[in-house]
Design a protein around this ligand. Sequence first.
Ligand code: ADP
Length: 195
Amino acid sequence: MLRVGLTGGIGSGKSTVSALLRDHGAVVIDYDQLAREVVEPGAPALSAIAERFGPDVLAADGTLNRPALGSIVFTDEQARRDLEAITHPAIRELAHRREQETDAAVVVHDNPLLVEMGAHEHCDVVLVVDVPEDVQVQRLVNLRGMTEAEARARMAAQASRNDRAAVADHVIDNSGSEAELAGTVGGLWAQLTDS
Ligand code: ADP
């Protein structure tokens, strides 16, 4: 099994690349999905979060109150680290389980926080989708309905382009068209799978 790490800043086109790799036959482990699963009611991480941050981070129906938790961790660095110390190990464990459940030749770890979690170290190949920051902002504003300030705040909370590029085996430039991106990913797939 070839373990491929895939990451990129918000709005870079990571999800688009992930879908292309899936079309080529990869099994994709979506870490945004895992991050939601580990805090579902009944999950140990949710109890640990309620214990650390207090009952106000739970909604009346027992689910996680994301805005309440978000407002705590967005402004408090230590709180964010505490939250990650609860969720990241749970996410890693779930990813490992998902990987064991498949016999696919290529498994893609589609993880916006690949670098921040240090998860790139467990991958055979690291792909980083990259665009200049102004293109990132422009796509987030035009296609995702964010304001420019929101887009820049989200970007500032993530690893920098340089941090990601430093661990990349392949940087996928997505400043061209989606058709060009599909061509680049097709070429990479052939290279990775010797097909
Ligand atoms: P990410 O997962 O990195 O946040 P997405 O793959 O969702 O980014 O891409 C962000 C937005 O930009 C989406 O609406 C997507 O359709 C669009 N997009 C992706 N690549 C391109 C491209 N090369 N040209 C124009 N729009 C693109």
